[in-house]
Design a protein. Structure first.
Ligand code: GSH
Length: 202
C-alpha cells in the first residue's frame, strides 16, 4: 500500500499513527506530496479528485480517503476492530470523538489559512476560529474520561492537540486544562506518536 502524505499534515498523521499501531509500517510506503487549499496537485488528483491527503492507495490501485475512511479500513482489515468499534454503544461515541478531533484539526488549518492571508485576513473569521478552538478544548477538558479507551477518537484528539503545539504554541492550550494536559502526555509517548512527529517539510 502507498500513503500519500506529508510530515506537516495532521490528518495524514492520524492515518500514520494507525499504521504504526497496527504494525503496518513495513507494508505501507510513504509518498510525500505537496498539497494546499490554494492550489492543486495533479498526482494526488489522479486518485483523489479533492487533492487532499491522506490518500491511501491499495495494492489493487484503488484509492481510499478521507482519514476516517482510511482508519476504519485499516482497522477492519488488519486490526481487531478496536479502533472503530462496530458495537453501537461504543461506535457512536468513538466517531463523535473522532469528529471533534478532526474538527479541531480543521480549525487549526483554517486559522493557518487566515494567518497566511496577511493584510487580507478577516478578523471575524480569525476570532470565530479561535473561539471554536477554545470551546472545543474546554469541552475535551470536561469530558476527558471519554477519551478512554484508546480508539480512532482518542488518536484524532491527540494528533489535533499536537498540531496545536506545532502551529499555535502561543495558544498555550494546556493552561487551565490539567486533565487534558495529563491525558495528552500519556498519548504523546506512544511509539506510534513519537514515530510520526510533525516536521516542517511539506
Ligand atoms: N476530511 C479530510 C481532511 C484532509 C485535509 O484537509 N488534508 C489537508 C492536509 S492536512 C489537505 O489535503 N489540504 C489540501 C487541500 O485541502 O487542498 C480527512 O479527514 O482526511
Amino acid at each position: 500500500m502507498r500513503l500519500l502524505w506529508s510530515s506537516r499534515s495532521p490528518f495524514a498523521r492520524k492515518a500514520l499513527v494507525v499504521i504504526h499501531e497496527l504494525g503496518l509500517a513495513e507494508r505501507v510506503t510513504l509518498d510525500r506530496v505537496l498539497v494546499a487549499a490554494n492550489t492543486t496537485n495533479a498526482e494526488v488528483m489522479q486518485v483523489n479528485p479533492l487533492s487532499q491527503i491522506p490518500t491511501l492507495i491499495l495494492d489493487d490501485g484503488s484509492a481510499l480517503f478521507d482519514s476516517p475512511v482510511i482508519v476504519e479500513y485499516l482497522d477492519s482489515q488488519f486490526g481487531s476492530g478496536a479502533l472503530v468499534p462496530a458495537e453501537p454503544s461504543r461506535r457512536w461515541p468513538v466517531l463523535r470523538l473522532q469528529a471533534l478531533g478532526d474538527g479541531l484539526m480543521a480549525l487549526n488549518l483554517q486559522r493557518m489559512g487566515e494567518r497566511n492571508r496577511g493584510e487580507l485576513a478577516s478578523q471575524p473569521h480569525a476570532d470565530a476560529f479561535l473561539a471554536k478552538t477554545r470551546r472545543t478544548l474546554d469541552a475535551l477538558e470536561a469530558q476527558v474520561a471519554d477519551l478512554e479507551p484508546f480508539s480512532a477518537g482518542s488518536i484524532a484528539v491527540a494528533v489535533a492537540l499536537a498540531h496545536l503545539d506545532f502551529r499555535f504554541a502561543d495558544d498555550a492550550w494546556r493552561q487551565g486544562r490539567p486533565a487534558l494536559t495529563a491525558w495528552h502526555a500519556t498519548m504523546a509517548i506512544r511509539p506510534s506518536m513519537t514515530a510520526s512527529e510533525p516536521v516542517e517539510i511539506y
